[in-house]
Design a protein around this ligand. Structure first.
Ligand code: N01
Length: 542
């Protein structure tokens, strides 16, 4: 039965499985493969019509990963990583989607995935400790375990701007891009939002559109991605070095094998510091924000990185007034997810690109044919919303998850997400959330993070079975102390000083809680391994 209580013709099939997995992105696919391999009956539900999660939906021009392809790929199968050839240092969205589809075919995953179907309700039967999982197709199945693999950046944020629904031109959110693409040739286009998505897509749209207006509320820091094609020799070397590369990645701060400079930023000479920043700049991408270990811990150290960045960026923007608007003044570099780009700042040198400063003149309203700011009117044929996501909790929140005593997860998380190790919550036995709040999540390479989490849950299920336990549940004490630890760790950095989506600051009314675990991917891996080795300390076996 659905939460609305209206049984549909297919309701209550009564089918039993060991595990329901919600989502067929990187995490969900590996969960299916690993748990099926452990002899469990697994059923996956996926809202999209294909695999890939975020890479299925985010098809905007210029969409590309900001983690190197050699690292942003599964490590669980040596044959897979030796067989697959990445064509570029940073893979485009279409290439990643091809890869994920290859994985689904190669490991025969599709037969246990139901596509085009959303899980609506997940309700605990307290007698049996099984979960009744219902879908929007009207099916209900019973599962011993439920694994949410819904992704931290999957619930698009549509801004509440007056008149948005009146606009008669095309409106495209970057996370719901039409599969057939959009042709902006000869069009007057507006882009709202200058986060990672906006910064990646703006240069592409600028090349096509007749006129592009970029509506910027907050400026962001972006670093050139430094993408290059991979030649056969590089690929061979990468493949030969995979074992060590993966080992270092699993021990690292962010899930890729690069190490920060051995000294703190302020402990080295100015010359050495500049050299280190230059080296990272040439390497390209997000690792610039991790050049020195204290870069997001110490404001003075951070200022040296910011200054270097500012010099580089000002040098490529022709108009100093435009440059002034594009330089963030409201947060330290790296305290919001640093963006990566190809010719983003240079795009503002084009005659057909105009930067609208919403801080000075906010959007007043949108109507059938354009956008009115408090300063000017912009006639538009198309509007692109690069306005991000209700991150980390948004997609889970849409599911009616009912645990012990009829308490919903949304009630349990009303003041912000409460988890033990990011994986479990008291009152919700045998229910696991992958790569979400309370884990390194978006601060780490999501592919390896998915593997880490899935392997941990698979081992845990085996442990329950060898100990004759029906279920496992985080204790309230463990949840409280993990929450405290996550908050304290975040507060000891500069990360809590920015109004970022890590803190829910982009969604009006969302509790301000720093959601990811900031202590590093490797350190987190050690913590969860120790918990397992100690017989799942902090959890109760039932
Ligand atoms: O979303 P965002 P995103 N009026 O939230 C603006 C990953 N990702 O999709 O900052 C006007 O960062 C908002 O302005 P402000 C990556 O982790 C990775 O770009 O709230 N503007 C901001 O400029 C990333 O961090 C890759 O003032 C409004 C923008 O919209 C995460 O996804 C590529 C507005 C939203 O930026 C999210 O990135 C893409 C309003 N009402 C995404 N509401 C790569 O791998 C919002 N904005 C490279």
């Amino acid at each position: 039965a659905s939460s609305a209580g209206t049984p549909s013709p297919q309701a209550d099939t009564g089918a039993d499985v060991d595990v329901v997995v919600v989502g067929a992105g990187f995490a969900g696919l590996y969960a299916l493969h690993r748990l099926r391999g452990a002899g469990l009956a697994v059923r996956v539900f996926e809202a999209g019509d294909g695999v890939g999660g975020v890479w299925y939906w985010n098809r905007y021009p210029g969409a590309r990963c900001d983690v190197e392809s050699v690292d942003y790929s599964y490590s669980f199968s040596e044959e897979l990583q030796q067989d697959w050839d990445w064509s570029e240092k940073y893979a485009t969205q279409p290439e990643i989607l091809r890869y994920v589809n290859h994985v689904a075919d190669r490991f025969d995953l599709r037969r246990d995935i139901t596509f085009g179907t959303r899980v609506t309700d997940t309700v605990l039967d307290e007698q049996t400790l099984r979960w009744q999982v219902s879908t929007d197709a009207g099916e209900t199945i019973s599962a011993r375990f439920v694994i949410f693999a819904v992704g931290p950046l999957s619930n698009a944020n549509i801004p509440a701007i007056e008149g948005l629904d009146e606009f008669q031109g095309g409106v495209y959110h970057t996370a719901h891009w039409p599969h057939e693409g959009v042709d902006f040739t000869g069009k007057r286009v507006g882009v709202i939002g200058t986060g990672s998505s906006g910064i990646q897509t703006i240069p592409f749209i600028a090349e096509q559109a007749e006129q592009l207006h970029v509506f910027q509320r907050s400026a962001n820091y972006s670093v050139p991605a430094g993408n290059v094609p991979l030649d056969e020799e590089t690929r061979r070397a990468q493949k030969a070095g995979y074992a060590e590369r993966r080992r270092l990645s699993f021990l690292s701060g962010g899930g890729s094998p690069h190490q920060a400079h051995p000294s703190n930023a302020l402990e080295v000479s100015e010359e050495e510091r500049r050299e280190a920043y230059e080296k990272r700049w040439q390497l390209g991408g997000v690792l610039f924000s991790k050049t020195f270990p204290d870069q997001v811990l110490d404001a003075d150290a951070n200022a040296t990185a910011r200054e270097f960045w500012e010099g580089k960026v000002r040098a490529v923007i022709d108009d100093p007034e435009v440059a002034e608007l594009l330089i963030p003044k409201d947060h330290a570099i790296g305290t919001k997810r640093i963006c990566t780009d190809a010719n983003y700042y240079q795009t503002y040198n084009r005659a057909n690109v105009n930067l609208v400063n919403l801080k000075a003149t906010p959007i007043a309203r949108i109507d059938e044919t354009g956008v009115d700011t408090t300063g000017e009117r912009y006639e538009l044929d198309a509007l692109v919303l690069a306005t991000g996501f209700d991150a980390m909790t948004g997609s889970l929140e849409k599911v009616n998850i009912v645990g012990r005593d009829g308490r919903t997860l949304n009630q349990a998380w009303a003041e912000g997400p409460r988890t033990y190790l990011g994986l479990g919550t008291d009152g919700f036995p045998n229910l696991f959330n992958l790569t979400g709040p309370g884990s390194p999540s978006v601060l780490a390479n999501m592919v390896l993070h998915s593997e880490l989490h899935v392997n941990w849950v698979a081992d845990l299920i085996e442990h329950l079975d060898t100990h004759g336990a029906v279920a496992i549940e985080a204790t309230a004490d463990a949840v409280t102390s993990w929450g405290r630890e996550c908050t304290e760790r975040a507060a000891s950095t500069l990360m809590t000083t920015a109004n970022s989506w890590y803190l829910g600051a982009n969604i009006p009314g969302k509790p301000r809680v720093f959601m990811p675990f900031v202590g590093g991917f490797g350190a987190y891996g050690e913590i969860i391994a120790e918990v397992a080795a100690a017989g799942y300390k902090g959890f109760e076996l039932i």
